[in-house]
Design a protein around this ligand. Structure first.
Ligand code: HEM
Length: 162
């Protein structure tokens, strides 16, 4: 059921569980292209905050790969959105951006990482999450690293599973 004290009703379209309908595409100039599946879960506990988990798996072996979890906050009375994210790779990030209807566009504002994070280090992240007219959710992630400018890394679509 939707939260009653929610300050920005518009992003309720995220709530629930989403699963990739077909494998997502992973690319970057320095890596071999790969395919992955992913399950997203967005929930709330009555606060004006969304809790989320993103769990990605190898498309063929089903092995767990990348995992992210965090919180989404909206500045009351505005369309300004913040994502607070922890990733299993040892990266933590704050992304900020705007919610325009069914379209969320975010840019990393700060990145932190464990001292022994794998190189090259990520220097910037851009993310678009949008609910398409066909009811599917689409996510595109770009990143810049120590040696590559901002370039697409991920593209995937999901259907709602609950
Ligand atoms: C490679 C970052 C999400 C799978 C990489 C690299 C970086 C990176 C920095 C190394 C690039 C290089 O060597 O030049 C990120 C960030 C993510 C993210 C910041 C989220 C915001 C994902 C997801 C998957 C994934 C969801 C899905 C399974 C891979 C794979 C490689 C890779 C398979 C290549 C092999 C490897 O280096 O492990 N990623 N990634 N990544 N990423 Fe991601």
């Amino acid at each position: 059921s939707p939260p009653t004290n929610y300050t920005s009703q518009e992003s309720i379209w995220l709530l629930g569980t989403w699963e990739s309908d077909e494998p997502g595409e992973g690319t970057f100039p320095t890596i071999k292209p790969f395919r992955y599946t992913e399950k997203l879960h967005f929930s709330h506990v009555g606060q004006p905050v969304i809790n989320f988990t993103f769990n990605a798996f190898h498309a063929e072996s089903n092995k767990p790969l990348h995992r992210e979890c965090g919180f989404i906050r909206i500045q009351p009375g505005t369309n300004k959105v913040a994502f607070i994210i922890a990733q299993n790779s040892g990266l933590v990030e704050v992304e900020e951006g705007e919610l325009t209807g069914n379209h969320l566009k975010l840019q990393s504002q700060s990145l932190g990482r464990i001292s022994f994070a794998k190189e090259p280090h990520v220097q910037q992240i851009g993310r678009v999450l949008q609910l398409r007219p066909d009811g599917k959710l689409e996510q595109t992630v770009s990143m810049a690293t120590d040696n590559q400018p901002l370039t697409q890394h991920l593209h995937i679509t999901y259907t709602r599973s609950s």
